[in-house]
Design a protein. Structure first.
Ligand code: ATP
Ligand code: LTN
Length: 332
């Protein structure tokens, strides 16, 4: 373990995870365990920046952990944990709040989008969310953060905060880099392909969930918005719906955009949408089946997150102690 580079990422338990989350993040996480020292969280503290129903939040977290494991994240080879189980996140999060500027936070796209969508609950946590995310990452001295394209800005801010802190106190934090997949980094809503597919967006039927049943997945693809042409051709600007479907098909089958265009050169949109739906169904089928088996095994899930929190705490507390010392806190 010692010399392996460190990977860290997290997903909010703010609802059921989408195909976008799978292709943009989770799918890649599962390939990294041998080469890297991997930490994957369920970020419950981030999730409460939007109002959650307590019983639902509890259930979503267990389902999310089961899905992590079902996607191939072996809890023996990866550190899987729940953010609030490691108090160092809240502790370093506060410290980093004091090294993050109001102007920087005001420029965050996710804050602007979420506050526009939720005008009645623009709370301070939503605003300072990126400082907590920076703490998540910097506590583990992560080298790479595998995320979808929408998180790039937060990782860049994390680096800026780390550079600022290191500039004052010396080399405390490793500077992390985003690790964004070439294909699948931004999956769009099937009904509104100008918007990111998102678990907390308005439910317009354009969102496919990882644990959706095959018939629901097929229905969502059958209804997917396309355009008034007839050719299956990648053109993000003029054909956002079809281009999104090409991305999804490519991410699920491994075929290149060119191979896909020629496969469907003599076929219509109806055939194409059916093939994309089938590819997604087959990609998600084993995950759904395994996740359901694991959801029923509460004892296994509990032992996985407890073991994860213990391991994560050891690493996180080392960094936290160093930070406290550097800034002049007295050891208790
Ligand atoms: P929320 O709507 O609550 O913000 P979300 O659906 O956007 O949730 P997150 O929990 O914010 O999902 O994201 C989890 C991970 O999945 C992040 O790394 C994010 O970049 C990635 N991700 C989320 N949606 C997509 C998408 N549509 N395409 C590619 N990657 C995505
Ligand atoms: N902000 C991210 C979730 C998140 C995260 C992290 C991702 C919280 N902490 C640390 C990577 C690393 C999101 O909204 N998807």
């Amino acid at each position: 373990m010692e010399n392996k580079k460190v990977i860290l990422s997290g997903i909010q338990p703010s609802g059921a995870m989408t195909l976008g989350t799978y292709l943009g993040a989770l799918k890649n996480w599962a390939t990294m365990a041998d080469e890297f020292d991997c930490y994957y969280m369920i970020v419950d503290m981030h999730a409460i920046t939007a109002r959650q129903i307590p019983a639902e939040l509890r259930k979503t977290q267990l389902t999310q952990l089961a899905t992590y494991i079902a996607c191939g994240l072996d809890p023996e080879k990866n550190t899987l944990f729940i953010q609030s189980h490691v108090p160092a996140h809240a502790q370093l999060g506060w410290v980093l709040n004091c090294y993050t500027m109001f102007g920087e936070l005001s420029r965050m796209t996710q804050f602007k989008e979420k506050s526009a969508r939720n005008a009645e609950n623009i709370n301070a946590g939503l605003f300072t969310y990126p400082a907590l995310q920076a703490a998540d990452i910097l506590l583990y001295q992560a080298d790479y953060v595998p995320v979808g394209d929408d998180q790039k800005q937060h990782i860049e801010l994390t680096r800026d905060i780390a550079v600022r802190f290191n500039g004052i106190y010396g080399d405390v934090f490793k500077l992390p880099e985003p690790y964004i997949p070439k294909i699948g980094a931004r999956i769009m809503d099937l009904q509104a392909p100008e918007n990111k597919m998102s678990k907390s967006a308005i439910d317009d039927g354009g969102c496919v969930l990882i644990l959706d049943k095959p018939e629901d997945i097929m229905r969502a693809f059958k209804r997917a918005v396309t355009d008034s042409e007839t050719s299956v051709r990648y053109d993000l600007k003029n054909k956002p719906g079809i281009s999104n479907l090409i991305q999804i098909y490519s991410a699920c089958t491994g075929n290149t955009f060119q191979e896909i265009e020629s496969e469907f050169s003599t076929k219509g949109y109806g055939d194409f949408k059916k093939s994309v739906g089938e590819a997604v169904v087959e990609t998600l089928r084993p995950i759904r089946e395994e996740a359901h088996r694991l959801i029923a095994d509460k004892a296994h899930l509990e032992s996985a997150y407890k073991q994860g929190a213990e391991k994560a705490s050891r690493t996180a507390n080392k960094t936290l102690r160093k930070v406290y010392k550097k800034i002049g806190f007295i050891e208790p």
